[in-house]
Every structure is written in structure tokens, then in C-alpha cells.
Ligand binder design. Structure first.
Ligand SMILES: [Zn+2]
Length: 253
């Protein structure tokens, strides 16, 4: 059912959370927009202006690698300033209360970790843009280091000592989904009794399969998203209000 108003939404959500033993939140861009992180896929978002650089183009061309890093540094101002919003803080509260074993996210902004969820308990389907890795040897690099090398070389991306290319730890279009994360997300979805889909349009496959898996395994499904999703019909509760307003009351100190 679609919650008729914010108050009803909050009270139904509270009841479902109180009655649940294992809650798995699944988050998308919508939870981070109040933190100043743009929703890349939305109309007017970055990706509609700047086509994303596919993985094979990154691998094939030094110009594309330079361009990928140039774009990343343009975004750094929003990423560096961003702090967890009310949604992040509410989910961190549920995590601390022991009801959330882990959380699955499509976001790459690191805000769930900053809000207090252990990095091991944040299952990132699309990786993380707040650090970089060598694509060959997996050596981790901090962005400040990459930035310094990039600037010193006249806007050219540095390579790893092993000769591999250094890329943000995100999953680009055409790059394989991280198998371990996919598997863990699936297990979490199958074994929860309440699945909270928050701020995701639920259209990006394979991530879109998780709410369905949860529902088929007997979990209650809550969808909190500004716009309708194709799973609204099978959801136990659909909330089309501002995420911060809906989850804010769940923040515990
Ligand atoms: Zn390397």
C-alpha cells in the first residue's frame, strides 16, 4: 500500500521495524542527495550531460584515463564536503541496535561508513569513489596522492609501479560486478525478514533483483523513493516522501 501521508508512513515503518528481527537496507542515490551528492542518473544529472566513460575505453586510451580523473577531481568538492544525512544516520542507529547485520548500497560515496557502519558491513555493488586501486595488483591509492601526481604531470593520470592503471575503486559500465559483494547481497536479501529499499529507482540490473529475492523468501518489503518503482505493487509499504523526513525520526542517539 502507498502511505497516504508522512505521519502514517512513519508509524507503519516503525511497526514493521519493531516487528522485524533481521533488517536489510538497500540504498541508492536518493539517500545521498540531501548530502549534496548528485544523482548521476537522474534527468539533468551529471551522466545526462557527460556520458560516463565505459571500462573498455578507460583501458584502451590514456586520454580517457586522463579525462576520467579530470572529471573525478571536478566532483571532489561535493564528495569531500558531504556528510551523512538523516537517512544514513537512521540506518546507522538500526545497525547499532543490532537489527541490521549489513547494508547493501549502489552508492559510491562512502557515507554509510562515515555514519558508523563498519566497512565490512557495507556491501558496495558499484564500488567506492573515495579511493583508488591499481587494476592489476590491487594496490590501494589515496585520491590526494593521485591528484598530486596528476597535477605534477600536467593533467596526466599516474600509473602504478607495477605498470597497471590506477582507477577509482568504482565499478564502471562494462566492468564486471564484484562477485563477492553480489553473493553477499543475495544472501542478505534471502535471509532477512524486512527489506528496506531506499532512494533507488530499482531499475539497474542486477541490483533490482534483490527486493524480489527478499519478497519471495517471505520478507516484508518497504520502498521509500520519491518516484514510483516497478515493485510498488508487491511492496508491503510504499513511501513517496522525502527520505530524510521519513527516516529522521528513527535516529537514536
Ligand atoms: Zn599495480
Amino acid at each position: 500500500m502507498i502511505a497516504p501521508d508522512l505521519e502514517t508512513a512513519i508509524s507503519r515503518l516503525r511497526d514493521l521495524i519493531e516487528g522485524a528481527r533481521i533488517i536489510v537496507p538497500f540504498t541508492g542515490a536518493g539517500i545521498s542527495t540531501e548530502c549534496g551528492i548528485p544523482d548521476f542518473r537522474s534527468p539533468g544529472g551529471l551522466w545526462t550531460k557527460n556520458q560516463p566513460i565505459p571500462f573498455d575505453a578507460f583501458m584502451e586510451s590514456a586520454e580517457m584515463r586522463d579525462e576520467a580523473w579530470r572529471r573525478r577531481f571536478v566532483m571532489e568538492e561535493s564528495f569531500a564536503k558531504a556528510r551523512p544525512g538523516r537517512g544514513h544516520r537512521a540506518l546507522a542507529s538500526l545497525y547499532r541496535a543490532g537489527k541490521v547485520p549489513a547494508l547493501v548500497t549502489q552508492n559510491i560515496d562512502n557515507l554509510h561508513q562515515i555514519s558508523g557502519i563498519a566497512p565490512n558491513d557495507v556491501v558496495e555493488l558499484h564500488g567506492n569513489t573515495t579511493y583508488a586501486v591499481c587494476l592489476d595488483c590491487a594496490q590501494r591509492y589515496e585520491l590526494s596522492w593521485v591528484r598530486q601526481k596528476f597535477d605534477a604531470a600536467g593533467a596526466h593520470a599516474p600509473d602504478c609501479d607495477c605498470g597497471g592503471y590506477i582507477k577509482t575503486a568504482t565499478v564502471s559500465f562494462g566492468q564486471a560486478m564484484p562477485a563477492a559483494s553480489m553473493q553477499r547481497a543475495e544472501e542478505l536479501s534471502r535471509n532477512c525478514d524486512l527489506f528496506l529499499a531506499i532512494g533507488s529507482s530499482l531499475v539497474v540490473w542486477p541490483a533490482a533483483g534483490f527486493p524480489l529475492m527478499a519478497k519471495r523468501n517471505g520478507a516484508a518489503l518497504v520502498i521509500i523513493n520519491r518516484e514510483p518503482t516497478e515493485f510498488d505493487d508487491i511492496a508491503d509499504l510504499v513511501v513517496q516522501h522525502d527520505i530524510g523526513d521519513v527516516l529522521g525520526p528513527l535516529i537514536a542517539n
